[in-house]
Design a protein around this ligand. Structure first.
Ligand code: NAP
Ligand code: MG
Length: 501
């Protein structure tokens, strides 16, 4: 773990990764990324913008039509396996860097983020040789089959909440299917993606197959989304920016997939195992400092267990260890940025103004030394929230949960669905019929029953409603990165005959 510590003392520096080379930005500009636990500069990074995106798109196109098109599916898979192994060999070091860049606890980067990065590259490496067309039983002396081909050059724009994992979710299916990529990491957390660039090179991918251009969303991101030279744009981030991306892409009718915000209902029925539900509610909202698109930020409690649940939940929330993210026993680190911290503080004021109460937290913790400059916030519980309030409708992206009451199952389903988002939901009950009834009734891309935040590279993830479209992971992700070509062959050897002979 020492490398991130020393990294935070001596800033690292990264260039852009374009066409297999490390290059300065055309403008010569750079930006710095701080360690959110202390505010100290972690790295200085070349600031890509439109000119660099243009170069990267040309490199990706050249690779797509050149060397990459000649690499067999088996070799694509082998390179991806090699990449997974290279990442696995460096888990400790990469986890420490990710923690230094994002602020998430080292326990999470070591045991969740990085292992899932490896899992995604391994899973999709296996798919490379299994992407197949089909033969269609058309009538007459005709042979009709389909080819499943790569979409082409993919622009991928990712957020800061799981920097390396979001890169893996995007890159792995794209590469398995034979596409090339221009990836733009978030300005807050570019370090992991740049490290990945070195490993991609070491794994033997041809130059230009993956290009990584850090920079700001309004410049580099916007240039990528609106670029006429890309065939698809994949985005994860806020619903607000997702709409901008869809608009930017519409001029060229570039294919778009979006994984956006959420405001998930997490529902506890009276018959739930309360201890299990309390731990699930904690996992739902405090994991990764609440900076999770599928966070269980609306906690619906059955009236008959509300008091008991809240007693335990408040007590447990008060015991969450907030502090130095490099400490193995830390359970919550800082928020990613001062901007995010201020946004959360703003929502505490909004909640109070709307008539909600603060049952726990509501302010930054008292920390010592350098951590006083970090962007920390305490686990926070709002009581007396109505589903129509802003804190129940808007994505806060912090360790902040709203407690909401309901009156019977019908009212519950209505309230649970009364939100523009539809990414995920949780339910805690021992009644299996109710659990499955709920799983059908909720408008969300993922439903967790008596568990929360479960993920696997083989299982699809994505949104209903304004939480986006397209599915990441699993075989469904390959649909976003391939297109189907139908090929017709005459087997009769005769003229068509429609116009006579
Ligand atoms: P964001 O602006 O949506 O950032 C996501 C990515 O989009 C970043 O790489 C960002 O670049 C880029 N971007 C921003 N504006 C762009 C534009 N006009 N064109 C193309 N790309 C653009 O999210 P944020 O500002 O970091 O966070 C704000 C809120 O978004 C959070 O409070 C949270 O509610 C939500 N959020 C959701 C998710 C999720 O997984 N659903 C993830 C992150 C944030 P830069 O970072 O360099 O500006
Ligand atoms: Mg931003």
């Amino acid at each position: 773990m020492s490398s991130a510590k020393s990294a935070s003392e001596t800033p690292r520096s990264y260039k852009l990764f374009i066409d297999g080379k490390w290059v300065d930005a055309e403008s010569g500009k750079t930006f710095t990324t701080p360690n959110p636990a202390t505010g100290a500069t972690l790295a200085e990074v070349a600031e890509g913008d439109k000119a660099d995106i243009d170069k990267a798109v040309v490199a990706a196109r050249t690779a797509l039509e050149g060397k990459w098109s000649k690499v067999s599916a088996r070799d694509r898979g082998r390179m991806m396996y090699k990449l997974a192994q290279l990442i696995e060999a460096r888990i400790g070091d990469l986890a420490a860097l990710e923690t230094a860049d994002n602020g998430k606890p080292i326990k999470e980067t070591t045991y969740v983020d990085l292992p899932q990065v490896v899992e995604n590259f391994e899973y999709f490496a296996g798919w490379a040789t299994k992407i197949e067309g089909e033969t269609i039983p058309v009538p007459g002396q005709m042979f009709n089959y389909t080819l499943r081909e790569p979409v082409g050059v993919c622009g991928q724009i990712i957020p800061w909440n799981f920097p390396l994992l979001m890169a893996a979710w995007k890159l792995a299916p794209a590469l398995a299917a034979g596409n090339t990529v221009v990836l733009k990491p978030a300005e807050q957390t570019p370090v992991g993606a740049m490290e990945l660039g070195s490993l991609i090179q070491e794994a033997g991918f041809p130059d230009g197959v993956v290009n990584i251009v850090p920079g700001y969303g309004e410049t580099a991101g916007a240039a990528l989304a609106s670029h006429p030279g890309i065939d698809k744009v994949a985005f994860t981030g806020s619903t607000e920016v997702g709409k901008l991306i869809a608009r930017a892409a519409s001029d060229n009718l570039t294919k778009v997939s979006l994984e956006l915000g959420g405001k998930a209902p997490n529902i506890v029925f009276a018959d739930a195992d309360i201890e299990q539900a309390v731990s699930g509610a904690m996992m739902g909202i405090f994991f990764n400092q609440g900076q999770v698109c599928c966070a269980g930020s609306r906690l619906f409690l059955d009236a008959s267990v509300k008091d008991e649940f809240l007693d335990r939940f408040k007590e447990r929330a008060g015991r969450v260890k907030v502090g130095d993210p490099m400490d193995a026993s830390t359970q919550m680190g800082p928020q990613v940025s001062e901007e995010q911290l201020n946004r959360i503080k703003g929502y505490v004021d909004i909640a109070r103004g709307e008539g909600a109460s603060v049952l726990a937290g509501g302010c930054p913790p008292q920390l010592e030394g350098d951590f006083q400059k970090g962007f920390f916030f305490q686990p926070t519980i709002f009581g007396e929230v109505k589903n129509s309030m802003r804190v129940a409708q808007e994505e806060i992206f912090g360790p902040v949960v709203s407690i909401i009451s309901f009156d019977g199952e019908e009212d519950l389903i209505k309230q649970a669905n009364e939100v523009v988002y539809g990414l995920s939901a949780g339910i805690w009950t021992k009644d299996i019929t109710r659990a499955h009834r709920f799983a059908r009734a909720i408008k969300a891309g993922t439903v967790w029953i008596n568990t929360y935040n479960m993920f696997n590279a083989a299982s699809p993830f994505g949104g209903y409603k304004q939480s986006g479209y397209g599915r990441e992971m699993g075989k469904h992700a390959l649909e976003m990165y391939t297109q189907v070509k139908s090929v017709w062959v005459d087997l009769s050897g005769k003229p068509i005959g429609w116009y006579g002979n």
